[in-house]
Design a protein around this ligand. Structure first.
Ligand code: 1C4
Length: 440
């Protein structure tokens, strides 16, 4: 028997991760890290993973929060922090504490991200971390008669400077502080800074790393994927923790402004960052402007993906063999199922307009994504296409999957029920496939 590592979980995980790593190389990822996470002992693992992202060729910008550090300092001096509309009111005394807290978080972060991976035999290079006066700020001013003092908002971000550093393979560290042109310092919202940085850099992903696992539904279960509309609805109906609620406005703005994914993950869960970036299921909640899974018309560029999906099944006799040439000529019959920009399935509808019949063919869901309902989605898609084309009957031929179709309303049929042209092909193929039909 040939030895195989296929069942090895490392091999499977590596195969799953590789396309994501390839996709993210040279793209920008903004990581917005809560100060509660920086202060926690769990941060050491996360910092190592962040360093590794840089080594994988991903452009990383780290934005940090300061809330925990400020609260601790205020507690020590037994002062409370007034706030209005969810923003801290920063007077001169508080500003000193904010600066102090900000410096402390930065040093903690720099130290953790400076740990070299010297325990690795390949000695990965140490990432250079750059920070600077990237953000110009202006005061929030007086809101509802309340002077917000040194709490500010972003006026401008020096994206050219940030990009220059990223281009030179440096990691960029951005603090939630900004300076006005008159030299005053303002305390900013970490979520706002992270979103604006991600928007301006056209980041691929904005990842908020908090203490919570992500967004929860009414029964307290973690919600894996949300579109912007679903998120808005869910947050209205199901109150989330304060930390998560604070992120929603910036999240929606980032998504509306072109950031492809905003992700909420827990910084306490070892490996959560890698799981979120490099696996299909992720580890927290992933938010996108539009729905995650969609089925679209195939184009010639999809042929390599189709071949990758169908070849192993052709070898096993589950599917009929289709050459590159065949796919090229019949690509209009195919539809592709994508999840998060990755292809996970395909299906074809071959029409026999004379008989008002259609064949559902070449139905495949990637082995990495089976039993998640994608097969059902592809079937629904073909049924809708067939109805739109005014076909009356859908049929399919199968050697191994008859039960799956029977459970979805297909009935056993015989060869004579097929269009004549298909009957001829059936005898030519000599596969002895079972025939199933579904009245539409
Ligand atoms: N038999 C019965 N049930 C099955 C099954 C099977 N072979 N495979 C999965 N299921 C069940 C699961 O156990 C699960 O049940 P549960 O837990 O809900 O009770 C349920 O289906 C999952 O449903 P889903 O919607 O999540 O399904 P997916 O896993 O997303 O997709 C596929 C289902 C069958 C598409 C998927 O398992 C797959 O890709 N399988 C390998 C390829 C395959 O068998 N495709 C069907 C081909 S028939 C050929 C052609 O080339 O045109 C041959 C033509 C000829 O001449 O012979 C077709 C149509 O392509 N024909």
């Amino acid at each position: 028997m040939t030895e195989t590592y296929e069942s090895d979980s490392f091999v499977r995980a590596f195969r799953e991760a590789a396309p994501y790593i390839h996709y993210l190389r040279d793209k920008t990822v903004v990581l917005a890290i809560s100060s509660h996470i920086v202060a926690s002992p769990d941060f050491a693992h996360l910092a190592q993973d962040i360093s590794l992202l840089g080594n994988l060729g991903i452009k990383v910008v780290v934005v940090h929060g300061v809330r925990k550090y400020i609260n601790d300092l205020m507690q020590q001096s037994q002062t409370t922090l007034p706030s209005h509309l969810g923003r801290r009111i920063t007077n001169e005394h508080t500003l000193i504490k904010v600066k102090q807290a900000c410096g402390e978080v930065r040093f903690d972060l720099e130290a953790a991200l400076s740990v070299g991976q010297s325990n690795s035999p390949q000695m990965l290079t140490r990432n250079r971390l750059i920070s600077g006066n990237f953000i110009s700020a202006k005061p929030l001013g007086v809101i509802d008669g309340i002077d917000m003092g040194y709490s500010g908002t972003i006026r401008r971000i020096d994206f050219a400077m940030i990009k220059q550093h990223l281009q030179q393979h440096c990691m960029v560290l951005v603090s939630p502080m900004g300076h006005s042109l008159s030299g005053k310092t303002y305390s900013l919202s970490m979520a706002e800074v992270a979103a604006e940085v991600a928007i301006g850099l056209r980041a691929e992903k904005l990842v908020f790393i908090n203490e919570e696992d992500g967004v929860l539904d009414a029964s307290g279960q973690l919600v894996r994927n949300l579109s912007a509309n679903q998120a808005q609805e869910l947050f209205e109906k199901t109150p989330q923790s304060k930390a998560i609620s604070r992120l929603l406005p910036s999240t929606l703005k980032a998504l509306q402004s072109g950031v492809r994914r905003v992700q909420y993950i827990s910084g306490h869960l070892d490996g959560s960052l890698f799981a979120e970036l490099f696996t299909k299921h992720g580890s927290g909640t992933s938010l996108a402007q539009n729905a995650f899974v969609h089925i679209r018309q195939a184009i010639s560029d999809d042929i390599p993906d189709i071949i990758q999906l169908i070849r192993p099944l052709e070898e096993k006799g589950v599917l009929v063999r289709r050459s590159h040439d065949y796919l090229d000529h019949h690509i209009n019959e195919f539809a592709m199922l994508e999840h998060d920009e990755q292809v996970y399935g395909c299906v074809a509808l071959k029409q026999f307009p004379h008989e008002k019949m259609g064949e559902l063919a070449c139905l495949v869901v990637s082995p990495y994504a089976q039993e998640g309902g994608y097969g059902e989605l592809l079937l629904e898609h073909v049924k809708n296409q067939a109805r739109a084309a005014k076909l009356k009957t859908l049929f399919c031929l199968s050697t191994h999957t008859g039960e799956w179709f029977s459970e979805r309303g297909f009935q056993d049929a015989c060869i004579e029920d097929l269009p004549l042209e298909r009957q001829r092909q059936y005898h030519q193929d000599a596969r002895g496939s079972h025939v199933f039909v579904l009245p539409l």
